[in-house]
Design a binder for this molecule. Structure first.
Ligand SMILES: [Zn+2]
Length: 149
């Protein structure tokens, strides 16, 4: 049996008593297959051509249900005042640029060591991780240097 990347998101919706409407399924698919850390607005703009009757509220509701279930991470704002979401809840580092508001994944072995340490010493059964570093990306640093010359 091949598991769809969005399967755990669909399961989370079902467990929360949500019907799997085509719109909700599409939201899960987009989230699970994106490494862009989209905002609700990003999802809305991407889905609108396929689902003309889609409302932003449907997206917000679905994201809230998924976040509450721990199936996705709400990464918070990165200088743009809006929440970015990540469907990858395995331990990894997110790097956010406060200038262009891009969020990228930064794989790190250390983060797995941190998780093992926390799990061993805290007694918690860990379900996921959210690690966000923020700063100014190399592209934006280069742009700043050019503009001050
Ligand atoms: Zn940047």
């Amino acid at each position: 049996m091949i598991l769809l990347p969005e399967q755990h998101l669909l399961d989370a919706l079902t467990s929360a008593g949500q019907r799997l409407t085509p719109q909700r399924v599409a939201i899960c698919k987009l989230l699970a297959n994106s490494d862009e850390h989209p905002t609700a607005q990003d999802l809305y703009l991407e889905m609108r051509p396929v689902f003309p009757s889609l409302s932003l509220a449907t997206i917000y509701n679905t994201l809230e249900v998924l976040s509450k279930a721990g199936a996705i991470n709400a990464l918070g704002g990165v200088g743009d005042g809006t929440v970015h979401y990540d469907a990858d809840i395995s331990p990894h580092v997110n790097l956010a640029c406060l200038e262009c508001h891009r969020v990228i994944d930064y794989p790190s072995d250390h983060i797995h060591h941190v998780e093992a340490e926390v799990q061993a010493s805290s007694g918690y059964h860990l379900l996921g991780a959210r690690v966000l570093y923020y700063g100014v990306c190399p592209d934006c640093q280069a742009k700043k240097k050019l503009s001050t010359k």
